[in-house]
Ligand binder design. Structure first.
Ligand SMILES: NC(=O)c1ccc[n+]([C@@H]2O[C@H](COP(=O)([O-])OP(=O)(O)OC[C@H]3O[C@@H](n4cnc5c(N)ncnc54)[C@H](O)[C@@H]3O)[C@@H](O)[C@H]2O)c1
Length: 377
């Protein structure tokens, strides 16, 4: 039995404590976190902070918590863990400040804007002995976890390859402040890649090396909604990226991440093995149908067999809590910063490989997280 599974059993006997949580970054995605925080009793929201205090107060009110400045939240002895929903280039500064106050951190993806910053965050958390967790947690839902169960049960035989495809027109059509998506630290790979790469590692294990190619043929983008609608944004990072990930197992994943299309009919992820092929639902969602093709019967739906049934954004932190990460061993649980850093290094490696034309060796190692048994929480 894995450590995560053992500690889940422990939490089900009622010994689980509540975790007092502070949220930093009251922007677009904070509403989805509030839904989870308002529903899960084990996560107790006590404070919300943002550079924009009015925004912090609004979100705090919706979550039954106090709005405050970042300094106040970090100084609060009540806050045990920080959910960091700031923009990617602020992830390191805000996470390091929280760690310095002895607080655990669960940070949105991508783990950091650069690998060096990510390494600094993980090292600081290790030295301080605090939890350093990382999104995405969509992979803990029933979609990817049912696929994981099928792989572990040998349903596709030995995995050989995977293809992950994300092609859209870009977030500027709906996000009112999409600037960061077209700056270094953004782009389709660093923004959407975490869902796909984390899923590929969950299914096929860690990555040893990568190659890549990229382009940015559209040099400006137009904001499509909100008060800045019509404003043009310069593009300073690749908006179309193709990569190949060579997993330690020898399996090879092909990745296409693009804000330069209109739509795609390709399955988000397909995995092929010696005995069958599998279609995995959108890894940016928690649930969805897994399809399996093993013989001439064609594609058949797979019965839901793993994952948190009610999962929503924030379950990565709940999983760390339920796995015992806040009870003395911060390395317990699945949505670990070490995995977030490995995913970031893989993505940065693809971008470097695209720039240089050379293969990039991935130096960080993260264990393939243990499977999530079907869990009603
Ligand atoms: N929007 C989405 O659909 C979505 C989905 C999943 C994950 N995410 C991730 O969540 C994070 C936030 O995304 P968003 O869309 O909510 O962004 P956003 O721009 O809407 O909100 C970010 C908030 O963080 C605040 N902030 C920035 N720097 C700060 C700092 N140093 N200290 C305190 N507050 C600061 C800003 O004032 C803003 O209110 C990003 O990492 C993003 O990749 C976003």
């Amino acid at each position: 039995m894995s450590a995560a599974t053992e500690s889940q059993d422990r939490s089900q006997d009622g010994s689980q404590r509540r975790l007092n949580v502070g949220l930093i970054g009251a922007g677009n995605i904070s509403g989805q976190y509030l839904q989870t925080l308002n529903r899960l009793e084990d996560l107790n929201l006590v404070g919300v902070a943002d550079l924009d205090l009015d925004r912090a107060r609004q979100v705090a009110e919706a979550g039954g918590a106090q709005g405050m400045s970042v300094d106040e939240l970090l100084a609060s002895p009540e806050v045990e863990a920080v959910i960091n929903l700031t923009i990617p280039r602020a992830h390191a500064e805000t996470s390091l400040a929280a760690i310095a106050e002895g607080k655990g951190v669960y940070v949105e993806k991508p783990f950091a804007a650069t690998v060096a910053q990510g390494q600094q965050m993980l090292a600081a958390a290790e030295t301080a002995g605090v939890v350093m967790g990382s999104a995405p947690d969509t992979v803990l839902g029933t979609g990817v976890q049912t696929a994981r169960t099928a792989v572990d049960a040998g349903q596709i035989g030995t995995p050989i390859s995977a293809v992950a495809t994300m092609v859209t027109a870009g977030h500027e059509s709906w996000h009112p402040n999409p600037d960061f998506y077209y700056q270094p630290g953004g782009g389709p790979l660093l923004d959407m890649g975490p869902y796909y790469v984390t899923s590929l590692i969950t299914l096929l294990g860690p990555v040893a090396s990568v190659i890549g190619a990229s382009s940015a043929l559209r040099t400006e983008r137009e904001i499509g909604s909100g008060p800045r609608a019509g404003e043009k944004l310069p593009v300073s990072t690749p908006s179309h990226i193709t990569g190949a990930l060579i997993h330690e197992s020898g399996a090879i994943s092909t990745l296409v991440m693009s804000f330069d299309g209109t739509a795609s009919q390709a399955p988000p992820i397909e995995v092929h093995g010696t005995e069958g092929s599998m279609a995995v639902p959108d890894p940016n969602h928690f649930a969805g149908e897994v399809l399996l093709a093993r013989d001439r019967d064609g594609w058949q739906p797979v019965e839901t067999a793993g994952g948190y049934i009610q999962a929503g954004r924030g379950y990565g932190l709940a999983d760390l809590l339920w796995s015992g990460a806040f009870d003395g061993d911060p390395t317990l649980g699945r949505a670990q910063g070490a995995l977030g850093l490995h995913v970031l290094e893989v993505m940065a490696g693809v971008l470097t490989a695209a720039e240089t034309g050379a293969s990039v060796t991935i130096s960080s190692r993260a264990d393939r997280p243990s499977a999530v048994p079907l869990d009603p929480r």
